[in-house]
Each structure stands twice: as structure tokens, then as C-alpha cells.
Design a protein around this ligand. Structure first.
Ligand SMILES: Cc1ncc(COP(=O)(O)O)c(C=O)c1O
Length: 378
């Protein structure tokens, strides 16, 4: 598909800005979905399969097989609740597992909708900031421990695992410590693992629900949306660690919990059942892109700070050396014709940063990097 086709397809990534701008602002790659998914959807259209459906019943088993194959984790399909999207799963967990006034913890700079959770649910926002050092962005477990001691009203940790926008992957030691702290401080963990299929060599994604002691405290929310470029299809899962958590979430009226779309279910199931080799190829391509971006920024724009992400197809660039004003993404777009995600929208720590999506063709990536380098080097 070329840029004109992408624009005509109506996806927001390619339509928010004028045609001359290269879109790198939303966490959606241009490389999917796998052909088998397109075929399955075409079959369903031919069959006029638009009526009420029970495809959600097949989502849990298909996801469980995928998680086994990719992550060595076999969730019990009975504990997998299909939802329309990951954010819906998050809001359902907050509704079901906490009360008004409870503290909700998350790690800014972070995926912007996390910041909306407390104010829209009458909960209290508690920040566990990512620490920024000369080796990059890190989760600071000592800071978490101190924070929980100081604030006994925190009830839920919304964990971005792997972390968007920094690409940080949590280690086994980090995860064990988090589970220990969850037990000590009566905390539920909602582990958002939507980026977990896209982790590069050198790091490993460890599903939270494989960590000893995690199951009584954890709901994992995830989907095939990032891996297979299915953002508009509306199908995700909330994997409950045990029956108690499942019953609590099930206690929300079904109409509020929502349900996945037939096409989304079928697309996700097909991708999970057949997309393993396709995902390996995708990851190899994304790996080349992340290295190209990183190497060229280091060599040709040393004033910009970038760390090689361990996961995801987004890069988190620090433009503090420039006079970006308070909207660094707008500044970058005007300087270079490349539209990134605006750092301040990711919360404290996002000032002077722009998130760039590098999930695109090698040719478009080259053009994007050329524009940034030429635009900023004058
Ligand atoms: C960490 C994280 N969670 C959730 C989402 C959105 O998922 P959904 O569209 O299924 O709500 C994104 C999308 O960028 C994300 O990065």
C-alpha cells in the first residue's frame, strides 16, 4: 500500500496532517496485517457474517495458544475475558477492583490515557515516575517501595509492561519485587502487555502472570492490536489471575464491560493461530528500523538524546538542546515535516520530548530521518 492508499483507507494515522507531512505520531505500524487475516475478513464479508455472534468464546483459547507459543505462558482460557479494547479492560479493572478515592499508581511519562484513569473514575492519581539517567529510562523499584510505605491508600498499580513510550522491559527481579510489594501493600496489579510481542533480542518479555505469587493479585490486559496493526478492529483480552478476580470483573454489568466485534475476534484469532512466522519477520524489520534511527540520530544529530528501545516500534527522543517551546511535536513538525507524538501529553518527564513511530517501510523511515536531520541541522 502506498501513502495515497493509506490516506484513502481513512485511518487516522495518515489523515490527521496534510499530505506533505510524514505521520509518526500514533503507535500503529504500517506493515500489517498478515495476509491470512485479510483473507479471513474477506470470507466473512462474502458470507455476510454480520449478525449476533459467539466468536468471543474462541478468543480465550486462541490467545492462550499464542501466549504459550510466544511467551511460554499458558493462561487458563476460562480466566480470559474478551473486551472491546485494552483501555476498556483497564477501566473495568479500576471499576471492579478499587473504590472512589483509592490511589492508582502509574509511571509517567506514559501512554497518555493512563493519566485519564483517576480523574474519570473518581480515584486519586499517584505518580511513580520513570527515572531518567545517562543510561536511559528505568523503573525505580526502591522508589516504588518508598512510595507505597508513604501512601497506604494506593490500591492499584497500572503497569505498562513493556513501557510505552520508553520501550523499557521489566526484568525478572523487577517483577518479583513488584509482586512482593503488591502482597505487602494490598495492591492489585493491572499489567498492560499490549507491546509484549515486540521485544528485541537481548531482552525478554516475562508475562506478569508467570511470576510466582502474582496470580491472586494480577489482571493482564493485552491484545493483538499492536503486533498485527488491528487498532480499529476492537478485540482485546483481560486475563484474570484467579477466579476471585474474574468474578469481581464479571460483577460489572455486561453492557459496561463491553464485548468484542465479530471482525475483531476473527482477525485476532486468525493472527494468533497463524501469525507466528509473520511476527518473526516483522520483528526483524522493526529491529533494523530501530537501529537505523538510533545510529543515524547518534551520528548525525548528537544534540538529540535517544536510547535504543528494548521493545515496541516507538522511539522517545529528547530535544532539550533545542528551543522547542511547550509543544515539542508541533515544533518538530514545523521544522521537519515529521509528525510525532507530543511528549508533554505523556505526563511529567515528557517535556521537550517527542515520540516517533518507526514501524514503517525502510524507505519511508529513511525519508523521515533525512527530514529530521536536514530540518534541524539547518
Ligand atoms: C500501553 C498501551 N495500552 C493500550 C493501548 C491501546 O489499546 P486499545 O486500543 O486496545 O485500547 C496502547 C496503544 O497505543 C498502548 O500503547
Amino acid at each position: 500500500m502506498d501513502a495515497d492508499d493509506r490516506r484513502s483507507s481513512g485511518v487516522i494515522k495518515w489523515n490527521r496532517y496534510p499530505d506533505r507531512v510524514i505521520p509518526a505520531w500514533v503507535a500503529e505500524h504500517d506493515l500489517g496485517p498478515p495476509p491470512a487475516v485479510v483473507e479471513r475478513l474477506r470470507d466473512l464479508v462474502d458470507l455476510r457474517a454480520f449478525g449476533y455472534h459467539s466468536a468471543g468464546d474462541d478468543v480465550g483459547p486462541a490467545f492462550s495458544r499464542w501466549a504459550t507459543r510466544r511467551h511460554g505462558w499458558t493462561p487458563d482460557p476460562d480466566l480470559v475475558l474478551p473486551t472491546a479494547n485494552v483501555l476498556q479492560g483497564i477501566w473495568a479493572c479500576v471499576e471492579a477492583l478499587t473504590s472512589p478515592g483509592d490511589g492508582i499508581l502509574y509511571s509517567p511519562p506514559v501512554y497518555p490515557p493512563f493519566l485519564d484513569v483517576p480523574p474519570t473514575t473518581d480515584r486519586r492519581a499517584v505518580h511513580w515516575p520513570m527515572s531518567y539517567t545517562d543510561t536511559g529510562w528505568h523503573y525505580d523499584l526502591d522508589a516504588l517501595s518508598a512510595l507505597l510505605k508513604a501512601d497506604p491508600g494506593v490500591r492499584l498499580l497500572l503497569l505498562c509492561h513493556p513501557h510505552n513510550p520508553t520501550g523499557r522491559v521489566l526484568t525478572a527481579a523487577d517483577l518479583t519485587r513488584i509482586v512482593d510489594l503488591a502482597h505487602e501493600h494490598d495492591l492489585t496489579i493491572v499489567s498492560d502487555e499490549i507491546h509484549s510481542d515486540l521485544v528485541y533480542e537481548g531482552s525478554t518479555h516475562i508475562p506478569m502472570l508467570t511470576v510466582a505469587g502474582a496470580s491472586s493479585r494480577t489482571v493482564t490486559v493485552t491484545s493483538g492490536v499492536k503486533t498485527f496493526a488491528l487498532g480499529g478492529m476492537r478485540c482485546a483480552v483481560a486475563v484474570c489471575g484467579d477466579d476471585r478476580l474474574r468474578s469481581a470483573i464479571r460483577s460489572i454489568p455486561a453492557e459496561l464491560l463491553g464485548a468484542p466485534n465479530r471482525m475483531g475476534c476473527e482477525a485476532s484469532i486468525t493472527a494468533w493461530e497463524t501469525g507466528s512466522g509473520w511476527t518473526d519477520n516483522l520483528l526483524a524489520l522493526l529491529d533494523r528500523n530501530r537501529r537505523t534511527l538510533f545510529d543515524r540520530i547518534r551520528a548525525e544529530l548528537p544534540e538529540v538524546t535517544m536510547f535504543l528501545p528494548e521493545s515496541t516500534f516507538v522511539a522517545w527522543l529528547d530535544f532539550s538542546a533545542y528551543d522547542t517551546g511547550d509543544h515539542p511535536a508541533r515544533w518538530l513538525r514545523h521544522m521537519t515535516g515529521v509528525a510525532g507524538g507530543n511528549g508533554p501529553n505523556f505526563g511529567p518527564g515528557g517535556e521537550k520530548h517527542v515520540r516517533l513511530t518507526f514501524g514503517t517501510s525502510a524507505e519511508l523511515l529513511d525519508e523521515m530521518v533525512d527530514r529530521i536531520i536536514t530540518g534541524l541541522n539547518g
